[in-house]
Design a protein around this ligand. Structure first.
Ligand code: ZN
Ligand code: ZN
Length: 262
C-alpha cells in the first residue's frame, strides 16, 4: 500500500491510498478542482479513483465529494447511519453511487476496510482501518475522546493518522473563540487535544504501531511544532524515544509524505 495525506485540518481533509488493485480517497474536503490538482501531483486522475470513503458529513470532509463524484461517477462509501445527513448535502450523486456500510468489514477490490464509530458531534462519524496483504493503516480524526474500545480497532496498524487538534491552553486563551465554541471543541464530542493524542499514542506504541501522523491540527489553537513537541515530551517521559522507538510526523494543509506500507 501507498498512502499520502493531501490536506488535513478544518480547511479540508483528503487522503489518497493505493494498493495493487485499488485507488481510493478517504474524505474529500477540498473543492473538486483542488482534489484533482493534488491528485495530479501523484500522476493520478479522477477517473482512476475507485471509491471515496467518508468519515462524516461536516464540510471539511465532503466539500468536493458531490462535484467530483458526479463528474467521475465515483462510488461513495459511508456508514449506514450517516447517509440521511449526507444525502441532504450530496444531491448530484445517484443512488447507484451510494454504498452504505455497517461496522462489519467490507471489501473494495483487494482492500479490507473496517469502520468504527467515534463520538465526534456529527450525525455519524467513523474512523477507518484499511488492510491489504496483511498490512494495515488507520485514520482516526474528529474524535472528541478516544476510548480503549476505539483504540482496539486500530491496534497493530503500521501507520495511524491520529487527530491532534489543539493545545488546550491556546484554545482556552483564544479571544476570538466564543465560550460555547470552546466548550464544543473541548467536549468529549469535539476534537482531540495534543495531550490526549499523546496518551493514545503511548497505547498504540505498546500495541505494535511504530508511526503516527498527527492530523487535523487547528490553525488557530495549535502549531505543528507545538503538537510535535507536546507528543514528544509526553512519550519521552515514558521512555519512548522519538526517531528511534517511534516516529511522529505532522500533517498540514499541504500534501504530506508518501508512506509505503510493505
Ligand atoms: Zn467534523
Ligand atoms: Zn473535521
Amino acid at each position: 500500500m501507498r498512502v499520502v495525506n493531501l490536506s488535513s485540518g478544518s480547511d479540508g481533509n483528503l487522503t489518497y491510498l493505493e494498493s495493487q488493485g485499488s485507488r481510493i480517497l478517504i474524505d474529500a474536503g477540498l473543492s473538486c478542482r483542488g482534489i484533482e490538482t493534488r491528485l495530479s501531483l501523484l500522476g493520478v486522475s479522477g477517473t482512476q479513483i475507485d471509491a471515496i470513503l467518508i468519515t462524516h458529513e461536516h464540510s471539511d470532509h465532503i466539500r468536493g465529494v458531490d462535484v467530483f463524484a458526479s463528474k467521475f461517477k465515483t462510488k461513495i462509501y459511508a456508514h449506514r447511519d450517516g447517509w440521511d445527513a449526507l444525502s441532504r448535502k450530496l444531491q448530484r450523486i445517484s443512488n447507484t453511487q451510494k454504498f452504505p456500510f455497517t461496522s462489519a468489514p467490507f471489501q473494495i477490490n483487494d482492500l479490507t476496510i473496517t469502520s468504527f464509530k467515534v463520538p465526534h458531534d456529527s450525525a455519524c462519524c467513523v474512523g477507518f482501518s484499511i488492510e491489504s496483504e496483511n498490512k494495515r493503516i488507520s485514520i482516526c480524526t474528529d474524535l472528541g475522546t478516544i476510548s480503549d474500545q476505539i483504540l482496539s480497532n486500530i491496534y497493530g496498524s503500521q501507520l495511524v493518522y491520529l487527530e491532534a487538534n489543539h493545545d488546550i491552553e491556546m484554545l482556552k486563551n483564544n479571544i476570538n473563540y466564543s465560550a460555547s465554541l470552546k466548550h464544543r471543541i473541548l467536549s468529549s464530542r469535539g476534537h482531540l487535544s495534543n495531550i490526549a493524542s499523546a496518551q493514545a499514542i503511548e497505547k498504540l506504541f505498546k500495541n505494535g504501531t511504530k508511526r503516527v501522523v498527527l492530523s487535523h491540527l487547528s490553525k488557530e489553537n495549535n502549531t505543528p511544532g507545538l503538537a510535535y513537541e507536546t507528543v514528544k515530551t509526553i512519550l519521552e517521559a515514558r521512555g519512548i524515544v522519538i526517531g528511534e522507538d517511534f516516529f511522529v510526523d505532522v500533517a498540514s494543509t499541504l500534501p504530506g509524505k508518501i508512506y509505503k506500507i510493505t
